[in-house]
Design a protein around this ligand. Structure first.
Ligand SMILES: NC(=O)C1=CN([C@@H]2O[C@H](COP(=O)(O)OP(=O)(O)OC[C@H]3O[C@@H](n4cnc5c(N)ncnc54)[C@H](OP(=O)(O)O)[C@@H]3O)[C@@H](O)[C@H]2O)C=CC1
Ligand SMILES: CC(=O)[C@@H](O)[C@H](O)COP(=O)(O)O
Ligand SMILES: [Mn+2]
Length: 400
């Protein structure tokens, strides 16, 4: 039986790689729905017709007409007659991705970027569908709302480090796990001091040394915010305390993370950097998809290097730990402030160091509010904290 897959964020880095993988494994997977933001109507339409997808969704209502026209044009190119029932149904608007997440299917792959992925993540979990989760932000900001909505085994990590951790812990007893060691490439500015980072440009920050990814996660890798988010993600996915989650810099991104056990053994998951491997495992969990990606080549001399993280030049992981340990709406504020600052940096309105400095200032303000510590964790609370952090971060960016 082929697995029926819905892809949220189909036009992005994760989405397009997932579709490439599905194209080479047509006997294993079929695509039943696609969702995207609306930034690339032609690509969305091309994907929909090429994969024979019956349902397509676009978040920006203003892009709906362009997507509809692109669907007709693509259908015509494939020789469809007018009124052909294979032309997909189109949903449009901010709820559309959540509607797609609720369709009857075997796996929802959430490859959207940002906190906008939260409601679709919850929708997929509530529908009882397996959720292959690349959109780490939804788990991080939703916290216990997301983990509490997931049945055992329903939430499968696609993030390379967390896929590695899940693979290394398969079949192991939880009480035998001592520590999780999350690897970080160190980003394009590895080895620089804080002073060296003052004038780096968006173009330099976009030059990731090992991964080709969407713009937000690429900037997050340069600031190490991505690694901070991943520490929170590891805590939530594997229910392991922050004091037992380490970060180590591993520039070549071949070791995707490690699990240390109580007997002194460390299990390493290694493969050349290629997201198709964790995407395939996410779509086909618990089974592997043969040939998803190339394996390590041992015919040439190989060295793996590991370095401690420079928390002084890159304080984002320390800050994320603070947000994560506080819990509740702390991670949502950390993430939302960062999303605003990344946009501002890319637009040339904020310097590189200003990203994490501003996130830290917004987070401290939030954690210092006595009402925040008293609040229960609710969806409205998370959405409210996200909105507040966006406004506050924008004000601080303006003042900087
Ligand atoms: N890329 C990678 O290798 C990795 C990514 N991740 C995580 O995966 C997620 C996706 O990253 P990446 O693929 O790089 O990001 P991209 O920016 O490349 O893609 C984002 C996708 O989300 C779509 N999108 C935006 N808003 C909405 C919306 N409201 N509804 C539906 N779709 C929407 C975009 O559509 P449009 O094109 O129309 O704007 C696009 O298809 C992130 O959370 C990231 O942290 C994790 C590990 C590795
Ligand atoms: C591929 C993936 O999972 C990314 O999250 C990656 O880890 C980013 O690289 P950094 O290690 O530089 O953050
Ligand atoms: Mn990652």
């Amino acid at each position: 039986m082929r697995k029926r897959v819905a892809i949220l964020g189909s036009t992005g880095s994760i989405g397009t790689q997932a579709l490439e993988l599905i194209a080479t494994n047509p006997e294993r997977f079929e695509v039943v729905a696609l969702a995207a933001g609306g930034g690339n109507p032609a690509l969305l339409a091309q994907q929909a017709i090429e994969f024979g997808v019956p349902l397509v969704a676009v978040a920006k209502a203003s892009a709906a007409e362009d997507v509809q026209l692109a669907l007709y044009a693509e259908a015509q190119r494939h020789g469809y007659e007018n009124g052909d029932h294979r032309v997909p149904r189109l949903l449009a608007g901010p709820e559309a991705a959540s509607d797609v997440a609720r369709v009857d299917c075997d796996v929802v792959l959430n490859g959207m970027t940002g906190s906008v992925g939260l409601l679709p993540t919850l929708a997929a979990l509530e529908a009882g569908t397996t959720l292959a989760l690349a959109n780490k932000e939804s788990l991080i900001i939703g916290g216990e709302l997301v983990t509490g909505a997931a049945k055992p085994g329903q939430l499968v990590p696609v993030d390379s480090e967390h896929s590695a951790l899940a693979q290394a812990m398969r079949g192991e007893r939880r009480e035998d796990v001592q520590r999780l060691i999350v690897t970080a490439s160190g980003g394009p500015f590895r080895g620089r001091t804080r002073a060296d980072l003052a004038n780096v440009t968006p173009e330099q920050a976009m030059a990731h040394p090992t991964w080709d990814m969407g713009p937000v996660i690429t900037i997050n890798s340069a600031t190490l915010v991505n690694k901070g988010l991943e520490v929170i993600e590891a805590n939530l996915l594997f229910d392991i305390g922050y004091d037992r989650i380490d970060v180590v810099v591993h520039p070549s991104s071949v070791v995707h993370s490690m699990v240390e056990f109580t007997d002194g053994s460390t299990m390493v998951q290694a493969s050349p950097p290629d997201m198709k491997l964790p995407i395939a495992l996410g779509l086909n969990w618990p089974d592997r998809v043969p040939g998803s990606a190339a394996a390590c080549d041992w015919t040439n001399p190989t060295t793996w290097e590991f370095f401690p993280l420079d928390n002084e030049a890159f304080p984002a992981v320390t800050l994320a730990r603070k947000a994560g340990e506080f819990g509740r709406t702390g991670p949502a504020v950390f993430n939302a402030a960062n999303e605003v600052c990344v946009d501002a940096f890319v637009a040339g309105h904020l310097d590189f160091l200003g990203i994490v400095d501003t996130v830290g200032a917004v987070l401290d303000e939030h954690l210092g509010d006595p009402d925040v510590a008293r609040q229960d964790m609710t969806l409205d609370g998370v959405l409210g904290a996200d909105a507040w952090a966006r406004t506050r971060a924008a004000q601080l960016v303006e003042q900087r």
